[in-house]
Design a protein. Structure first.
Length: 61
């Protein structure tokens, strides 16, 4: 869901594209490199993703 929201934002706001593209790349990196056995790291990443989804959905209203 976060990726879809970020991609929608990129298409809606071309001027914001570089920072959102950077965020997408960082998100991909974070998801691929998180240690799935490290419960705290997975929880922190999940909390970050939930927070960004909340921010992006609130800004659409």
């Amino acid at each position: 869901m976060l990726i879809a929201l970020l991609l929608r934002r990129v298409s809606d706001e071309p001027a914001a594209e570089p920072s959102l593209t950077d965020e997408l790349q960082k998100l991909r990196h974070d998801v691929l490199t998180v240690d799935g056995y490290d419960r705290a790291a997975v929880s922190a990443l999940a909390a970050h993703i939930r927070g960004r989804i909340s921010e992006l959905t609130e800004s659409q209203t």
